[in-house]
Write a protein that binds this ligand. Structure first.
Ligand code: ADP
Ligand code: ASP
Ligand code: MG
Length: 403
């Protein structure tokens, strides 16, 4: 088999763990497989580099951030290759560029445009173990780019698709995908299988165990994706097509996203095209908008509330304050003390009362819901951040996910 194995930050967190990864890769190779390894930076390393940059500037130039942050993954990739070489194996590390990963030029959250697997295929043919530095690529202009936080998952899936791997294993610090973050609810249960769509919702709604774009791509390219722990040989969770899943519970999982901020625009001038002006400008600044609520105020002007990722707040503020200056918006306020809790499940499609239960659960805990949004397979609620964990546990209990 041709296998892509991705190891996250904790799994390569110190030299002993890098040695353990090398041992696992060797075992996989010895069993007769070809292996491409994708690695993250050692845990804490990317955050440390971000803090270094912020020592000098609150808004560092994004292309410089990519230059800086991509170095973390290179350290791990070369160390792992050195460890494999020392064990007598022919291993070679590659940067994103060498692995042929070409992206657009949206620095710090670039999208992969194409992968040219020629160099990787040649190395594989020569029997080499390839170790790719995750999280990075190169733009058409030749600049280093990174793929957004958690982006090594995306590197792994994209490579698996490009070299037509039989399997893409994501090794992390938990044994698979759980009904909710096991660090919040110790009664969370590991799922044997989960559909691409449910996993995509969970990941998009805050379950960082997989980066959302990696799941999206895995679905598109039909990559066999497994999440498992690097610490034991326990079997993990298969992320697969909905038709491969027998039981379809109403709710499969609960996600929490604390990295959300709410922006409230008061007294938005009531004229056609104003919402389009504001949201187009936000889109041009690469700000992703999530929930949006609009109310008409007393004087005919509108109030618009929406949520963004905390990381986008600064860019969003810049855009909004521009409209405040021109008088199109009377006043804007920003609230970072919110979070989003969501319930996700394909079983919701064919059942009623699932959302109502979520609302009554919040009510019974005296938690005020600020915003709600729903789709066929999810219900999301914005609440005060101080209730985050309580909300997750109460919902987990209400839908009997520990059973
Ligand atoms: P890595 O560094 O290996 O990429 P991450 O920290 O990005 O690992 O993701 C793993 C973490 O995701 C776990 O430690 C866990 O706390 C968190 N997590 C959140 N939701 C879930 C879930 N539903 N199932 C499993 N893990 C989850
Ligand atoms: N090192 C990067 C991060 O911490 C990418 C990754 O780990 O996937 O976000
Ligand atoms: Mg991760």
């Amino acid at each position: 088999m041709l296998i892509v194995q991705k190891f996250g930050g904790t799994s390569v967190g110190d030299l002993q763990r890098i040695q353990n990864v090398a041992d696992r890769v060797v075992r996989t190779k010895k069993a007769g497989n070809d292996v491409v390894v994708v690695v993250s930076a050692m845990s804490g390393e990317t955050n440390k580099l971000v803090a270094y940059a912020e020592h000098f500037s609150k808004m560092p130039v994004k292309s410089e951030m990519d230059m800086l942050l991509s170095s973390g993954e290179r350290v791990t990739a070369s160390l792992l290759a050195i460890a494999l070489n020392a064990m007598g194996y022919d291993a070679v590390s590659m940067t994103g560029r060498k692995a042929g990963i070409v992206t657009d030029s949206i620095h710090t959250k670039a999208r992969i445009e194409e992968i040219d697997p020629t160099v990787m295929n040649k190395a594989l043919k020569e029997g080499k173990i390839i170790v790719v530095a995750g999280f990075q690529g190169v733009s058409m202009e030749g600049n280093v780019t990174t793929l957004g936080r958690g982006g090594s998952d995306l590197s792994a899936v994209a490579i698996a698709g490009a070299i037509k791997a039989d399997l893409c294993e994501i090794y992390t610090d938990v044994s698979g995908i759980f009904t909710t973050d096991p660090r919040i609810e110790s009664k969370a249960k590991k799922l044997n299988r989960i559909s691409y769509d449910e996993m995509l919702e969970l990941a998009s709604l805050g379950a960082k165990v997989l980066q959302n774009r990696s799941v999206e791509l895995a679905k598109k390219l039909n990559v066999n994706l497994v999440t498992r722990t690097s610490f034991t040989d326990e079997e993990g969770t298969l992320i697969t097509k909905e038709e491969n899943i027998m039981e379809k519970p109403l709710v499969s999982g609960i996600a929490l996203d604390k990295n959300q901020a709410r922006i409230s625009l008061m007294g938005v001038k009531d004229r056609p095209g104003i919402a389009s002006d504001i949201f187009n400008k936000l889109a041009k600044s690469e700000v992703n908008i999530d929930m949006i609520i609009q109310n008409i105020g007393h004087d005919g002007s509108a109030n618009i509330d929406f949520t963004v990722a905390v990381g986008d707040l600064h860019d969003a503020k810049n855009v909004v304050e521009g409209f405040v200056k021109t008088g199109d918006i009377k006043e804007a306020s920003y609230d970072e003390n919110i979070c989003k809790v969501s319930i996700v499940g394909v079983g919701m499609k064919s059942h009623t009362g699932v959302a109502a239960k979520a609302f009554s659960t919040m009510a019974s805990e005296n938690i005020n819901i600020n915003m709600i949004s729903t789709s066929e397979i999810k219900v999301s609620m914005v609440i005060h951040e101080k209730y985050a964990e309580l909300a997750v546990r109460s919902l987990h209990n209400a839908y009997e996910l520990d059973k």
